[in-house]
Design a binder for this molecule. Structure first.
Ligand code: SF4
Ligand code: SF4
Length: 118
């Protein structure tokens, strides 16, 4: 990993509002029934069928304190994903240093500096 972008001391892409991390059927299958029941919010609608895909419930990870419920924040300045090996496909798009990563880090910087000014 690029040391400039150490996810374990960042966690920016795990912060967001409600309906932030979408969980598709493949993601739920990877998480399994017990973790899906614990970590995924009730469906908010349905994703219609499309070429090669059946319709499926529209679901998102639960959020708590402004971040995904699976983000462990019990150790100061450490941000670990409790389901890292089985995290949703959208989380995997946040490659350290990628455009979505840089956007999340910039968003977090703005929020942090606003909070520190309060
Ligand atoms: S992918 Fe980027 S935004 Fe997400 S935790 Fe890693 S460094 Fe932070
Ligand atoms: S599932 Fe893991 S990587 Fe994805 S947003 Fe939640 S804590 Fe972050």
């Amino acid at each position: 990993m690029d040391e400039k972008y150490d996810c374990t001391t960042c966690g920016a892409c795990c912060y967001g509002k409600r309906e932030y991390v979408q969980v598709f059927a493949d993601d739920a299958a990877r998480l399994g029934a017990a973790r899906t029941a614990e970590l995924v919010a009730p469906a908010v609608g349905e994703i219609p069928a499309s070429v090669g895909r059946e319709s499926e419930p529209k679901r998102f990870m639960k959020m708590t304190h402004g971040h995904c419920i699976a983000l462990r924040t019990d150790v100061p300045n450490r941000f670990l994903c409790a389901v890292y090996e089985d995290r949703p496909v959208l989380c995997r798009a946040f490659k350290p240093g990628s455009a979505p990563c840089l956007e999340a880090r910039a968003r977090m910087k703005v929020l942090s500096s606003a909070a520190s000014r309060r």
